[in-house]
Each structure stands twice: as structure tokens, then as C-alpha cells.
Design a protein around this ligand. Structure first.
Ligand code: ATP
Length: 499
């Protein structure tokens, strides 16, 4: 089998000795001696032919739905997930409307800057300086990143910016990855730019739990305790990896923790304090203890619905937390708030103390993972069909190939044209188009699997009929597509004669 541009990159990467479900010949020893060795290695490969037309396990709900609903519900991503992913994709692709004569904003090799801040006027936040956040596309690799400008910061020590290098090595599901940092004069001042990975449509915990609203009745209700435990576990896990790398997060604040999915949070502004406060030369152990204190404060703030600006009396707020939540949560938060007095609390110790809640988070994220793999399985099926459709599209109705204007209408290509009619152009007894997605997908699945099932194909003038198996049709698709891949033989001969 030659190079197949419609094969997934994954399957392209497969070694010849590995099983390739898209390969025409599945037995690597095919040829001399194949039948002798035929039974070997079969333990690692599914029996042939693959029953591709059997889709992923279907829910019982299937029987109660109409065919058109069934196809949509059973074969594609659930509506809510599809909508969520599409909204994220749309946000990631968003660009500012171009204005005549105004160049789209860019910064070094980052172009198409789109602001992510919703505030119009920027006041200094936790960094003590105004910051601005954008999404931007890298000219180097086409990826989208989150850029944060720290306005009016003059870098006096070149070593300060190197502090970012240690952060680049940190990779953790609850930490936004740091990519790079640089200085710029593009804003007619000296500004620092931090580049982090981009997580579309994320909100800060401040935006989520303390939305700016003028309607006092629309204030959010109390946050469920399991959400608070989940935040605590996720941030403790982030702290564990940060502290192990001899760093301190320094940005545990409701405005710097982002919510990227339901209850999934990430620390979004790591490395910034390490650069802007580089000259303060504070001991990392001391900063790590502050991380614990700030973690306690964050949970207390959300649990008592009190903005960090109004958290002067921590003792009273702890009592309030104890009235609404379990004693265990109150004790854990009190323990975190005592961090500066305690000598060297560690993240390992914290994770051990949270073990039962870590298990809860583990179970829910494992469930989410299983569900995602299940959806991925269906999408794998759909991706396979798109490749098949693309192949058929290159063959059906091709106006001319190899100097033959009837190429797509003759020999086995004619059968593929009739198959196209069978799949897509059926009509009912009243002559209305049959728009049954289930029929289309089932036919394409059988074609891709090359089953032994036979179908009748009838010419448009009803003068001729063919009884053909999907297996034969599959061979015909491969043969016609193979011809197209080889290219124009007449021209090649002429060219080679020319040499
Ligand atoms: N890595 C990221 N990917 C995508 N969006 C992000 C990322 N980091 C932050 N954001 C979003 O950018 C917006 C602004 O973030 P920022 O940290 O400036 O919050 P803020 O509340 O404006 O804080 P401050 O008061 O310090 O300016 C928020 O909506 C946040 O969710």
C-alpha cells in the first residue's frame, strides 16, 4: 500500500511491524509462507475482517427515538459538549474586526492580539502595577498564547527575567504553563510581557464567585463543600510540584486562579512575582509558607463569600465558615492560615492530610476521563468516515483523468457512482429525498469495513443492475484512488520520453 494522504498522522507514524487498521493487507508476513505463519501474532490484532460497521456501544435510549434523532444522538458528541467545545474554538479563533488603515496589533512574533480583560480602566492588581491580558497567535508555530503585560516595569537586573526559565520546566494540570517573558517598548514605556499557555473562555475565581452585579438578588448561593475541597486538592497538588522545584507560587489569589472547565482550576500567573520582585531576595521557604496562608485565605474567601479586600478579621470569618461547612474543612483552613507561625509546613504533608478528598477528585476526574474516551471513540469512527468520503469525493464526477473525459463514468468507477446514488440520492415512493443519516453512515461503515453484505446498484435509467458486495466496492475505491495517486500516466510517459 502506497502513501495514503487520508490516513491519520497516528497511523502514518505506525511502524511497519505494528498493526495498522487502515492497511489493506493486515498480515505482515503476507506472501510466501504467509499461510504457514498466518495464525501467529493474531492475539494482538482483532479478528479480520474488522466489524467496523458495529459502532460504539449504544444506549438503550436508541429504541425510543426516531431514525433522524437516533443518528444524531448516537453518533455524534453530546449537544452540551459539542457546544462547549465549539464556543471555545470560536473564542480561540476570535480576531478584532479590522479597521481601514489600522494595523492589527502585534507584539514581537505574536500577532492578532485580542484583549481578555473585561475591565475598561486598569488599576493595579496583586502585582502592584496595572496589567493587561491578551490572547495572541505566535508567528513561529501558529499556536495561541495568553500574553500579560505588566505596565511601566523597568527591568534593572538582567538576571531577573531568567527566573522564568525554572517555571518553563513546570508542567502540571493545575498550573498554566509559562512559555517566555520579554521586555518591550512598543507601548512607549518599559513593559514586561509574560507569555503563558492559553485556555479559551476561562474565568478567574473572582469573576466566577464574585460576579459584578447590581442586582442583589442575583448573588450566587453558597458554594458546595465538595467544590471547596476540590479547589483545595487541586491547588495543593499544584503547590506540591512547585515547592518540589524549589519555587513558590506567589499568586494564590482569586484573581489569579482560572476556572477552565467545570470545577477545573489552574494557577494562571506563575513566574511574574519572581521577576518583578527579584531584587527583594526573599527566602523561598518563607514564600512557600505564604503560599499555604494564601491558599487558606482563598478557600475562606470563597466559603464565606467575602472579597479578599474585606478579610481583616480572619478569626470571625473562620467561625462563619464553621457554621456553614464541616468542622474538618474549618480545621484544614485554620491550619493553612497558621502557616506563617508554624515552622515549615510542607505540601506533601498537606496532600497526605487531604487523602480522602484527593480520592474524591481522583474518582470524578477518572469518570470524566472515561466519558471523554467514550466520546473520542465515536469521533474516531466519524473521522474514519470523513477520510472515506474524501476519497470518494476525489473519484466521483471527476471531469477528466489521464486524458480520459469519461474516467469517472467507466469501469469500476461507474459502480462507485451508482454507490454514491445508493447512499445519498435515494428517494421514497413519493419521490421525496430519503434523508436518513443512519443509512448514510451505516453504508459508509460497511464500505470502510469491506463486509460481505451484497447490495443492488441500479443505473439512473434503470436499464442495468449490479449485485455487488461492499468488499468489492472497497477494492474499487482503493484501486481508483490508487490510480489518482499514481497520477497522469500518459503525461509521465511523455515526460520520461523527453528525458
Ligand atoms: N492563561 C489564560 N488563558 C486564557 N484566559 C486567561 C488566562 N489567564 C487569564 N485569563 C483571563 O484573562 C482575564 C483577565 O485576567 P486577569 O488575571 O488580569 O484578571 P483580573 O481580574 O483582571 O486581575 P487584575 O485585577 O490583576 O488585573 C480573565 O478573564 C482571565 O480568566
Amino acid at each position: 500500500m502506497g502513501y495514503d494522504p487520508f490516513m491519520s498522522s497516528v497511523s502514518q507514524g505506525l511502524q511497519s511491524s505494528q498493526y495498522n487498521p487502515y492497511a489493506e493487507e493486515h498480515n505482515p508476513l503476507a506472501g510466501a509462507g504467509a499461510s504457514y505463519y498466518g495464525a501467529q501474532n493474531t492475539y494482538s490484532t482483532p479478528s479480520q475482517p474488522l466489524q467496523y460497521h458495529l459502532y460504539y456501544p449504544l444506549a438503550p435510549i436508541r429504541d425510543t427515538l426516531q431514525p433522524y434523532q437516533r443518528a444524531v444522538f448516537d453518533l455524534f458528541l453530546p449537544e452540551s459538549l459539542r457546544e462547549d467545545l465549539q464556543k471555545k474554538a470560536e473564542a480561540a479563533r476570535q480576531v478584532l474586526a479590522s479597521q481601514p488603515g489600522v494595523q492589527s496589533p502585534s507584539l514581537q512574533h505574536y500577532h492578532s492580539l485580542v484583549p481578555l480583560d473585561i475591565k475598561l480602566k486598569n488599576t493595579p492588581g496583586i502585582f502592584g502595577l496595572p496589567t493587561w491580558v491578551w490572547k495572541a497567535t505566535s508567528r513561529k508555530n501558529g499556536n495561541i498564547y495568553c500574553l500579560r503585560r505588566v505596565e511601566g516595569f523597568r527591568l534593572t537586573n538582567e538576571d531577573a527575567i531568567k527566573a522564568v526559565n525554572s517555571w518553563k520546566k513546570i508542567s502540571h494540570p493545575n498550573i498554566v504553563t509559562t512559555v517566555e517573558a520579554f521586555t518591550t517598548r512598543d507601548f512607549n514605556d518599559s513593559s514586561l510581557i509574560f507569555v503563558h499557555s492559553y485556555h479559551p473562555l476561562s474565568k478567574t475565581l473572582a469573576e466566577h464567585h464574585f460576579p459584578v452585579t447590581t442586582n442583589r438578588f442575583s448573588r450566587p448561593g453558597p458554594v458546595p463543600e465538595k467544590v471547596l475541597w476540590s479547589y483545595l486538592v487541586q491547588l495543593s497538588s499544584a503547590l506540591r510540584v512547585i515547592h518540589k522545584a524549589k519555587l513558590a507560587a506567589r499568586c494564590i489569589d482569586i484573581s489569579k486562579v482560572i476556572l477552565t472547565d467545570k470545577n477545573r482550576i489552574k494557577l494562571s500567573a506563575c513566574s511574574i512575582f519572581d521577576v518583578i520582585n527579584f531584587d527583594a531576595h526573599r527566602r523561598v521557604e518563607e514564600l512557600q509558607q505564604e503560599d499555604f496562608f494564601n491558599l487558606g485565605k482563598l478557600v475562606l474567601s470563597i466559603g464565606t463569600n467575602t472579597s479578599p479586600r474585606n478579610m481583616q478579621d480572619l478569626r470571625t470569618l473562620l467561625e462563619q465558615l464553621g457554621r456553614n461547612y464541616s468542622e474538618e474543612l474549618k480545621e484544614r483552613v485554620a491550619w493553612l492560615l497558621s502557616a506563617p507561625q508554624q515552622q515549615y509546613m510542607t505540601a506533601d504533608q498537606l496532600i497526605r492530610d487531604l487523602a480522602l478528598h484527593v480520592d474524591d477528585v481522583f474518582v470524578s476526574s477518572s469518570n470524566a476521563y472515561d466519558e471523554a474516551v467514550n466520546h473520542l471513540g465515536r469521533e474516531l469512527e466519524n473521522g474514519r468516515l470523513v477520510r472515506l468520503l474524501a476519497k470518494l469525493g476525489t473519484i466521483n464526477e471527476r471531469p477528466e483523468f489521464d486524458g480520459d473525459p469519461n474516467w469517472s463514468e467507466t469501469e469500476h468507477r461507474y459502480m462507485l457512482k451508482l454507490f454514491r446514488d445508493y447512499v445519498f440520492h435515494q428517494v421514497d415512493t413519493q419521490g421525496n429525498p430519503v434523508l436518513d443519516l443512519g443509512h448514510i453512515i451505516s453504508c459508509l461503515n460497511k464500505l470502510d469495513a469491506g463486509t460481505e453484505e451484497k447490495i443492488y446498484l441500479t443505473s439512473r435509467d434503470h436499464q442495468s443492475t449490479f449485485l455487488v458486495t461492499y468488499r468489492e466496492l472497497k477494492k474499487q475505491v482503493q484501486s481508483a484512488f490508487g490510480d489518482l495517486q499514481k497520477g497522469n500516466t500518459k503525461q509521465q510517459q511523455q515526460t520520461s520520453r523527453g528525458f
